[in-house]
Design a protein around this ligand. Structure first.
Ligand code: NAD
Length: 262
């Protein structure tokens, strides 16, 4: 079992969904964690304090906005100043927007590229010097099945996720001799607020009912006909942090119920 006692993990977009599952999994292995993302102060405090109570580690919150490079660097600095190191960085924050290209709002394109792709570059840029100095690190990027295949009406998301797969490989090669691994995890559909929120947009873009979107669009992509769970994704991330995963780097690991096998 992976042990992360004495280590610090920063997880972007961890006030909800997959990110929160990552933060809780790392804390369960003994890591102190920096959580990040949006939400009401009360909800964020509830999740932060639950991590400390449940796992007897320290958890702090960074309000860094993943569209703002200086705030991303500040989040890494906060982790290093508070805990002495940032050993695990998970670039996970992401948003979705569904629309035909000709109607796709330009500002939505820019925001999705900023949050889903550029923020990972800014986070790595800030965290790598410390990891190199200490001679150990794990960088995990949440990509998506959409880093390997496309779907119509998701131009910005698919572009950002293909980009993050390339960024992962590049960083893995640059860091290969520093005991720092860089991988991406590519989930299929995981039932989280991100998926729930795209249902009305997909109903509109494809002229379908809610049930048709769930069964004929979302689960249709997944041969198992089941959603992936956030905990399953988090368990894979925790494995990547362990010694057994030291030679896994530059990989794009699918956890998608067989979606991309088709
Ligand atoms: P979610 O909506 O539950 O969580 C997204 C998180 O990102 C939240 O904490 C939110 O506050 C945060 N966030 C959004 N904009 C931000 C910003 N500007 N700055 C900081 N934080 C911001 O969604 P999720 O499904 O858990 O998604 C997490 C990641 O998993 C995303 O990168 C997503 O693309 C990826 N993913 C999700 C699925 C899925 O089916 N849910 C599948 C494949 C990949």
């Amino acid at each position: 079992m992976t042990k992360l006692t004495g280590k610090t993990a920063v997880v972007t977009g961890s006030t909800s969904g997959i990110g929160l599952a990552y933060a809780r999994a790392f804390a369960s292995a003994g890591a102190n964690v920096v959580i990040n993302g949006f939400g009401t102060p009360a909800d964020i405090e509830k999740e932060r304090s639950a991590i400390e109570t449940d796992y007897k580690v320290k958890a702090i919150y960074s309000p860094a906005d993943m569209t703002k490079p200086a705030e991303i660097a500040g989040m890494i600095e906060l982790g290093e100043k508070t805990f002495g190191s940032v050993d695990v960085l998970v670039n996970n924050a992401g948003i979705q927007f569904v629309s035909p290209i000709e109607d796709f709002p330009v500002e939505k394109w820019d925001t999705i590229i900023a949050i889903n792709l550029s923020s990972a570059f800014h986070g790595m840029r800030a965290a790598i010097p410390g990891m190199k100095k200490r001679g150990w690190g794990r960088i995990i990027n949440t990509a998506s099945a959409h880093s390997l295949v496309a779907s119509p009406f998701k131009s910005a998301y698919v572009s950002a996720k293909h980009g993050i797969a390339g960024l992962t490989k590049t960083a893995a090669l640059e860091l290969a001799t520093f005991k720092i691994t860089v991988n991406c995890i590519s989930p299929g559909y995981v039932w989280t607020p991100l998926v729930e929120h795209q249902i009305p947009e997909t109903m509109k873009a494809r002229n379908l009912t809610r049930e048709q979107v769930i069964n004929d669009v979302l689960l249709d992509a997944q041969p198992t006909k089941e959603f992936v769970t956030s905990d399953q994704v988090a368990a894979l991330a925790l494995f990547l942090c362990g010694d057994d995963a030291a030679q896994i780097t530059g990989a794009n690991l699918s956890i998608d119920g067989g979606w991309t096998a088709e």
